[in-house]
Design a protein around this ligand. Structure first.
Ligand code: HEC
Length: 208
């Protein structure tokens, strides 16, 4: 066998082995995965719809994935559970409705797989997205100000918004007379998505 032929065969074999190991076998193992029924008759996981689906798109196009993962490592493989980021490790069934999934690889900030369970407050999320240093004083997370309309005292609410969504800025962070925030459509959707992120349901296969 000539050297070139051996090289070509080697390359071909490597590609075939990778595709088999990384694409074909996992697909065959996981494609049949279905949601499980909970005791109350509902199922886990459920597909995203409405506001949360819209918010998921905002999460994707704002690039939150460049600093945040959504996957909890098992005990012994990292401090995720000890840090309170989740109650159990993540498993493939958690992601069956997530296309594209937002697993992520960078952890500039905490894992968000279950942020909705540890931070369910819409007001907290609004203030944090507007200016992360309001809720987390030394935060290096960028501000997502453009997801909010800034309002001065007594200014009328933007058309189509509800007073219930208004968020008061703590006095020390008020600038130029701006005292309140109204999330834009995209801001509100992103907050709904974050509140809904909850992978704590104890799936049997995640027990160890
Ligand atoms: C440049 C990196 C970076 C980007 C981009 C980023 N974050 Fe963060 N994020 C951080 C850091 C660092 C923290 C920890 C400090 C803090 O709480 O602000 C954090 C914290 C958070 C928290 C609180 C987590 C907790 O456990 O308390 C949430 C929620 C969050 N980010 C959501 C988002 C969303 C949504 C986006 C996209 C719109 C985003 N982040 C984009 C770096 C980032």
């Amino acid at each position: 066998m000539s050297k070139n032929l051996a090289l070509a065969l080697g390359i071909l074999l490597t590609i075939c082995a990778s595709v088999t190991g990384l694409v074909i076998i996992p697909n065959w193992q996981f494609r049949e995965l279905q949601p499980v029924k909970k005791a109350d008759g509902t199922q886990y996981p459920v597909p995203y719809f409405g506001e949360q689906l819209k918010g998921r798109k905002v999460y994707i196009d704002q690039g939150c994935i460049y600093c945040h993962t959504q996957q909890i490592r098992m005990k012994g493989y990292g401090a995720d559970i000890r840090r309170g980021w989740g109650t159990r490790r993540s498993v493939p069934r958690d992601y069956i409705f997530e296309k594209p999934h937002q697993l992520g690889t960078q952890r500039m900030g905490p894992d968000l797989a279950s942020i909705g369970s540890r931070q369910p407050s819409a007001v907290w999320h609004a203030l944090h997205l507007y200016n992360p240093q309001i809720t987390s004083p030394e935060s290096i997370m960028p501000r997502f100000k453009y997801l909010f309309t800034e309002l001065k005292e007594g200014e009328p609410l933007p058309v189509g918004t509800f007073a219930a969504d208004l968020v008061k800025i703590p006095p020390v962070y008020q600038r130029d007379g701006v005292t309140q925030l109204m999330p834009t459509d995209r801001g509100r959707a992103l907050i709904e998505y974050l509140k809904g992120l909850n992978k704590t349901f104890p799936l049997p296969e995640a027990a160890q």
